[in-house]
Design a protein around this ligand. Structure first.
Ligand code: NDP
Length: 451
């Protein structure tokens, strides 16, 4: 039995239903870092793996709030402070009915390695609630955010833990959370990132993850000797922050993004998606994508429930490059098979862990350029870190300045990952390269800091 298999066995106790995604994320890392663990015994000596897979603490709390009809509502809030070896805990907040401790542990664990890959001084964390923002009024969102912060403020601080947004948490929610934090603590500090620009947010934070995804892909394609994205058909899933800004950057560089999706269905618009309409539907009116075809009858709307189970319409559209930007495990083996058969050359993960392990295996065995989330979507947290620097120095950077730093960061991450893969004998495997490079940076800090 190899070292990696022994480690997997050891952690199998964590494979209960709620922990399934956490276990999936952990398993990928353990297999990837096997060559590092086998070549350098120091990581086993200091029990780095055993220490890394257990969060420093999991904070779980009750959130009580009142809806617009005077009903008292109860939700559960969480903050998983996973590892702060490289800097204060940093990671987003997710508001979605599926949120539980296992999902946040998976996201927090990924966040440790992602933050390490940026080369910036930030640790890993994640948090959120099973609160469903869909269909809630603006006042209800405000009241929920205030109630959530009533508890959360005890555990966060600009040098301790700095939450940001994720699914269901954008600038509006961060604004309400910040307002309540300020009221409770009387402090005006950079305790949250992703704030609106008018009170301390960084320019380009909303765009950062999506733009970064495209910068990473451009660098990867160049390094792998593939044709650039300009003029190429690209498919994107999701219709939230990451998807919209991935589409925006693809359009800016002359690529043709022909799809997007939400939890109800997929849009295929062969002429290229109408981004202004998409923003109006999703950011302003917050309605279903179905309305897209009213304005563009040439486009096709495919309801999710009408598509065969175990596959997703968006990945059956022929493309040069695919960008899964919605949620975890949204691209399965059958989808990967469809992409490969249709001649797809590269897949970049905008969402966190959108591809299943079987799908990744298929991509790698077919020499598809595959960019894993923890490297490719690190642009969001990188600009969050830039926001922390601006807040600490009470300064503002221009859009161009942030964009240039983001681009440079994404190029560096891509090169670091490719180089690490080469160093450890798995050239072209960006999954192993990212896991080894991220793990090594955190592990070396943990060793230097003692137990
Ligand atoms: P948003 O809440 O802005 O958008 C999520 C989008 O995905 C929504 O359009 C949602 O549709 C859609 N969606 C959800 N589930 C499915 C599904 N099963 N099939 C198809 N579409 C689905 O979230 P973000 O864009 O911020 O986040 C997307 C992903 O990117 C997440 O994995 C997140 O963790 C990751 N990420 C986000 C970062 C950021 O800066 N925001 C940074 C790094 C990673 P609907 O509206 O119907 O719910």
């Amino acid at each position: 039995m190899s070292r990696a298999e022994m480690d997997i066995k050891k952690f199998e106790r964590g494979n209960c239903d709620e922990n399934k995604v956490f276990y999936q994320a952990m398993e990928e890392v353990i297999y990837s870092i096997a060559p590092l663990l086998e070549s350098d015994p120091i990581y086993a000596k200091y029990a780095i793996l055993d220490r890394l897979v257990v969060p420093d603490r999991v904070i779980k709390f009750k959130v009580t709030w009142m809806d617009d009809h005077q009903n008292i509502m109860v939700n559960t809030g969480f903050r998983v402070q996973f590892n702060n070896s490289l800097g204060p805990y940093k990671g987003g907040l997710r508001f979605h009915p599926s949120v539980n401790e296992g999902i946040l542990k998976f996201l927090g664990f990924e966040q440790i390695l992602k933050n390490a890959l940026t080369g910036l001084p930030i640790g890993g964390a994640k948090g959120g609630s099973d609160f469903d923002p869909k269909g809630k009024s603006d006042f209800e969102i405000m009241k929920f955010c205030a109630a959530f912060m009533t508890e959360l403020h005890k555990y966060i601080g600009p040098r301790m833990d700095i939450p940001a947004g994720d699914i269901g948490v954008g600038a509006r929610e961060i604004g309400y959370l910040f307002g309540e934090y300020k009221k409770i603590t009387s402090k005006y500090d950079g305790v949250l990132t992703g704030k609106p620009f008018m009170f301390g947010g960084s320019l380009m934070r909303p765009e950062a993850t999506g733009y970064g995804v495209v910068y990473f892909t451009q660098t990867m394609l160049e390094m792998e000797g593939k044709e650039p994205l300009t003029g190429k058909i690209c498919t994107v899933s999701g219709a939230g922050n990451v998807a919209l800004h991935t589409i925006e950057k693809l359009q800016q560089i002359g690529a043709i993004a022909v799809s997007c999706s939400d939890s109800q269905g997929t849009i295929y618009d062969g002429r290229g998606v109408d981004l202004a309409l998409l923003k109006e539907l999703k950011l302003v009116r917050r309605v279903s994508l179905e309305e897209y075809v009213q304005k563009h009858p040439q486009a096709k709307y495919i309801p999710t429930q009408e598509y065969p189970k175990d596959a997703h319409a968006v990945w059956d559209i022929p493309c040069y490059a695919a960008f899964p930007c919605a949620t975890q495990n949204e691209l399965c083996e059958e989808d990967a098979h469809n992409l490969v058969t249709n001649g797809c050359v590269s897949v970049t993960e905008g969402a966190n862990m959108p591809s299943t392990p079987d799908a990744i295996e298929l991509f790698l065995s077919h020499q598809i350029c595959f960019a894993p989330a923890k490297a490719a979507n690190a642009g969001g947290v990188a600009v969050s870190s830039f926001e922390m620097s601006q807040n600490a120095a009470m300064s503002k950077w221009s859009f161009e300045e942030v964009d240039a730093k983001l681009k440079e960061t994404m190029q560096q991450i891509c090169k670091r990952v490719a180089l690490t893969a080469k160093d450890y004998g798995v050239e072209g495997n960006y999954v192993d390269g990212a896991n080894i490079a991220g793990f090594k940076r955190v592990a070396d800090a943990m060793i230097a800091e003692g137990i």
